[in-house]
Ligand binder design. Structure first.
Ligand SMILES: [Cu+2]
Length: 427
């Protein structure tokens, strides 16, 4: 019983040391957002209570694609053992089970449409702390010896009874000392975790160096293309393959047209070590900007900025229309109505159709300046309700392009607006 209570399973991304800032804590689920087959999905792996045992997994759809087939494959990186399963992306999680035989590094391959992503993760099972054994062992020994002492005393052999009582006292002492000192001992490393990193790496890893390209190099309006990010560790020249899951994704990519009429918030797929890719299409030719937020293990969050050009379509049937994610006509309320630099402004939006958490938050506010040099991203931190509210400080005067995003029961709502910021009149 005690053992069962002490067992807890943890899942963390590969190479995430248990003590690092962005790992999943005991009992928490691993959640990774993926833009795949044209849909915003989040794959969820529940923590498990035993290994070997089943991993419970679900693929949640945040857009009306309920029933989209998704193939799942889990592979142990240690023995190569692979198990496969299938599910459907649904608005409410529908769990399937895949058997895992061991702790340690694994890979989840997720396939939908003709796209696939491979997500490294680590199955961890917390070890029972050694102190528990000493406490309960000591108490058990004490109890047995005390009973023995009483029985022996009753049969009139006081010498042996004293010895047994002394043993019982020793057992009690061990248990008591462990109870007092155990909280000061380091927690045991979970089964399946990486060994603690050497002290020489305690200063952290460098930011990833990114090369952002499109495939084809010159996308055409109205045609699908791939935005590719190749990440390299500048100090070793090797691919960066240690991204942490931050805000439930390996990377958050926002693609906007220069004029801000086009907006996509995407979660690229890991197509090979160090490479993230996402497919998209742009409806109009012109200059586009990509801002990517990601975080290396033991490095910290970083923002990548890149630009690319979409050419006119060879056939002239150019598509027009609003962003497919846009779906609300409500207008955000600004306080003050004319924000000034350096002072927090509040942005509030009425959300009458309800909100459900997406990427771990009730709402997202993304802000870009006119030329794309500045990019900001803040969250509604509160529980889902009938409004989302953000606080934001604009760094410089000028016109800003802004988008509020939140998820309802069946879709992601994007509300674009602009903000004119004036200089504060400080003497
Ligand atoms: Cu995101």
């Amino acid at each position: 019983m005690i053992r069962a209570l002490c067992l807890a399973a943890v899942l963390v991304l590969a190479s995430a040391a248990p003590a690092a800032a962005h790992t999943v804590t005991a009992g928490a689920d691993l959640r990774i957002a993926q833009t795949i087959a044209g849909a915003e999905l989040t794959v969820v792996i529940k923590g498990t209570t035993r290994v070997p045992g089943p991993l419970r997994m679900a693929v949640i759809a945040y857009q009306p694609v309920s029933g989209l087939p998704v193939a799942l494959e889990i592979r142990s990186a240690e023995d190569g053992r692979t198990v496969t399963g299938a599910t459907q992306a649904t608005a409410n999680p529908r769990y399937v089970q895949l058997q895992v035989e061991r702790t340690g590094p694994h890979e989840l391959k997720l396939s939908a449409g003709d796209e696939s992503s491979v997500i490294p993760f680590r199955v961890l099972v917390e070890r029972e702390p050694a102190g528990e054994l000493l406490i309960y062992g000591g108490l058990l020994v004490a109890a047995v010896l005390l009973v023995g002492g009483l029985l022996t005393g009753a049969t009139a052999r006081p010498g042996r009874a004293m010895a047994l009582a002394a043993g019982a006292a020793a057992g009690m002492t061990v248990a008591a000392m462990v109870i007092v000192f155990e909280p000061r001992l380091p927690a045991p490393t979970p089964d399946g975790a990486l060994p603690a990193p050497p002290a020489s790496t305690a200063r952290g890893r460098p930011y990833a160096q990114a090369r952002v390209t499109t495939v084809p190099a010159r996308p055409e309006a109205g045609k699908e293309f791939t935005l590719r990010m190749d990440l390299t560790d500048g100090s070793t020249g090797r691919p960066v393959d240690d991204l942490t899951a931050h805000h439930e994704a390996l990377a958050h990519v926002v693609v906007t047209s220069e004029d801000g009429r086009y907006f996509r918030h995407l979660h690229p797929l890991r197509t090979r070590p160090g490479r993230l890719e996402v497919r998209l299409s742009a409806d109009r030719p012109g200059r586009y900007l990509a801002h990517a937020e990601l975080e290396r293990e033991e490095s910290g969050g970083q923002l990548l900025t890149a630009g690319f050009t979409v050419g006119a379509s060879a056939d002239t049937s150019e598509k027009t229309g609003a962003s497919r994610e846009t779906g609300a006509s409500a207008t955000p309320r600004l306080r003050p109505a004319a924000p000034v630099t350096g002072r927090p402004a509040t942005v509030e939006l009425h959300t009458p159709t309800g909100v459900r958490p997406w990427l771990g938050m009730s709402g997202h506010l993304l802000i870009r300046d006119q030329d794309g040099d500045f990019f900001g991203h803040v969250h509604e931190m509160g529980a889902p309700g009938s409004r989302v509210r953000f606080t934001f400080s604009f760094p410089e005067p000028g016109r800003y392009l802004a988008w509020i995003q939140y998820a309802t029961a069946d879709r992601i709502v994007t509300v674009p607006f602009t903000v004119n910021v004036t200089a504060s009149e400080t003497p």
